[in-house]
Design a protein around this ligand. Structure first.
Ligand code: GSH
Length: 204
């Protein structure tokens, strides 16, 4: 069975868990001990020499890294990735956007310092910059969602899953989402889906 190498407290990992739940696809869950830096140990470096998660092991030795690429690959041929090339390119556009503007700065960094490394005090100034960047991006998402239910087309795609990852964690990182009612309504649509799982849900 394919295996997901992940952290429980990583939104990049959660995106893949959420997609797999949406797809009803069984997988082997290999959660790494982040506190003890298991991602930098030889056993995992043999899977992903970058020492990062998520990593999708399709079959032994056949590994795909980068959450956006994993989402794109796993959604292929399913309702979560449009077949139309134009819409598919729109999905890709949002996947690139998410990595640059939500994951690597702004909401993603705010989540990292507040939720993962508990450095809210030590990183006070950087945290405020990250929160401000997140607010700028949420205002952008808010405009895009005006009159739309989903980021691309008429139904949920992996673009929504990617953006949902760090966006729904914003409040825990000290970024209020109330000023963005379209974003809040969209998040409620994502949550209302029958196969939705929450960040903290772990398989029994
Ligand atoms: N762009 C990558 C980012 C991967 C990444 O930064 N993963 C983090 C967890 S969210 C990680 O493994 N950090 C541990 C480390 O870098 O040592 C993706 O989206 O998969």
């Amino acid at each position: 069975m394919s295996r997901l190498h992940h952290f429980w407290n990583s939104a990049n990992s959660y995106k893949i868990r959420l997609l797999l739940s949406e797809l009803g696809r069984p997988y082997d869950s290999a959660a790494l001990d982040r506190a003890n830096r298991a991602q930098k140990e030889a056993a995992f470096l043999a899977v992903n020499p970058r020492g990062q998660v998520p990593a999708w092991e399709e079959a032994p030795g056949q590994v795909l890294i980068e959450s956006a690429a994993i989402l794109f690959y796993l959604a292929h041929g399913t309702a979560l990735l449009p077949k139309d090339p134009w819409l598919q390119a729109q999905v890709l556009s949002w996947l690139f956007y998410e990595q640059q503007h939500l994951c690597n700065q702004g909401a993603g960094m705010a989540h990292f310092w507040t939720h993962v490394t508990n450095q809210a005090e030590a990183k006070k100034a950087e945290l405020e910059v990250a929160r401000e960047k997140a607010r700028t991006e949420f205002a952008y998402l808010e405009k895009h969602l005006q009159g739309r239910d989903w980021f691309v087309g008429d139904s949920m795609t992996v673009a929504d899953i990617a953006i949902y990852g760090y966006t729904h964690r914003a409040p825990i990182a000290g970024i209020a989402l109330e000023p963005y009612p379209n974003v809040m309504a969209w998040m409620a649509r994502v949550c209302a889906r029958p196969c939705h799982i929450r960040f903290e849900d772990k398989p029994a």
